[in-house]
Design a protein around this ligand. Sequence first.
Ligand SMILES: Nc1nc2c(c(=O)[nH]1)N[C@H]1C(S)=C(S)[C@@H](COP(=O)(O)O)O[C@H]1N2
Ligand SMILES: [Mo]
Length: 347
Amino acid sequence: MLIKSPSDIKSSEITPESVYRNRRQFIGDALKAGLIAAAPGVMPSMASAAEGDGLRARAPSDMVRSAPAPWWAEKFDNIKPADRNGPFSTNEDLTPYRDVVSFNNFYEFGTDKEDPSRRAQEFKVDPWSIEIAGEVDKPGVYHLEDFLKPHQLEERIYRLRCVERWSMVIPWIGFSLADLIARVGPNSKAKYVAFETLVDPDQMPAQSSRFNVIEWPYREGLRMDEAMHPLTFLAVGVYGNYMPPQNGAPIRLVVPWKYGFKSIKSIVKISFTETEPATSWNMLQANEYGFYANVNPEVHHPRWRQDMETRLPRTLFSAARQDTLMFNGYAEQVSHLYQGMDLARYY
Ligand SMILES: Nc1nc2c(c(=O)[nH]1)N[C@H]1C(S)=C(S)[C@@H](COP(=O)(O)O)O[C@H]1N2
Ligand SMILES: [Mo]
C-alpha cells in the first residue's frame, strides 16, 4: 500500500473485461434461443438478471487451478447461494473472476499486484491448523477439518474497498465469524479478537526479503462487537470454489465495511484479548492506517483522498470512478457500532 496509488495502476493491470464467462454463456445461450437481440447495449442488464436467479456464482472452469482440490472442496457441493437482494449481499455487477484472482495485495508474496498470483501457486494449504488462544473457554489447535466441520457454508457478495482507492465486488463462500466465536466461547475478559497469518519464508518469499516492510506475521484485529457482527465473514472460497492461494487460502477474514487491509489472509491464529491488539499497517505507519480502518469518505488518508474509488475492472459499459460510500455502503447495518465515537480520531 505504500507502493502504488491507483493513478499508478497501469492500464494493463486493469484488464478491460466487461463480462465474466457465466454471463457470456448465458448471453450466448439467450442469443441462440433468440431471447435477446444482438445489441451490445442490452447485455449488462440481461447479465444482471441472470445473476439474480438464485444460482451461486461460478469460476470459469478453464481458469480454476488444475492442482488437486483440497478435501474441503467437497463442502462446496451444497452451498446456499447469495440472496442478491438481501442485507448480506449486493446485486451490483461482479468483478470478473480473472481480476479477482490476478490483481491482489498479499505482501508475503511481494508488493506488486501480480506477485501473489504468480508466486503463490505452490502454497501448501493441507494440512492446515488454526490456533484458538487467549480469553476463551476452548483454546487449542484445531485441524482445519474440525474447524470447518460444524459450519454450513454460504455465499455472500460483498464490496471490497482498498485504501488505495480501487474496489471490487466479490462472491465469497464462507460462514459468519460470529458462529465460530459462539463455538469457542470467549470469556468476559475478551474485548478484542486478534488474527495472524502464517509465517513461512520458504513458501512466502517476501517474508525473507530485505525490502520487506511488514514485521511478520501480518496481524489484524477487531473489537468484539465488530467481530460478532453478522456481516463479518470467514471465507474459504471465492466464485463458488475453494480459495485460491493469492486470495488467502485456505481461510481468510472479510470485513466489508472496512478497508481491505483488515481482511487478513491465510489465518493460523485467532486470539481473544482484553486490550486492543497491534495490527500490521498501524504498526508500520500509525498516522496513515488506524485500528478501525472503517471506509469513510470524509476522513482522508494523508496521501489519498477517500471520497472516490475506481471500481475494477474498467469496462466499456460502466464508468470506473464512483463515489465512496460511508462504511462502504454498509452504514445502515454497522453505524450503530460507532455511535458517539469521533471517527476522525478513531480512523
Ligand atoms: N496476510 C495478508 N493479508 C492481507 C494482505 C496482506 O498483504 N497480507 N493485504 C490486505 C489488503 S491491503 C487487501 S486490499 C486485501 C486484498 O484481498 P484480495 O487480494 O483477495 O482482493 O487483502 C488484505 N489481506
Ligand atoms: Mo488494501
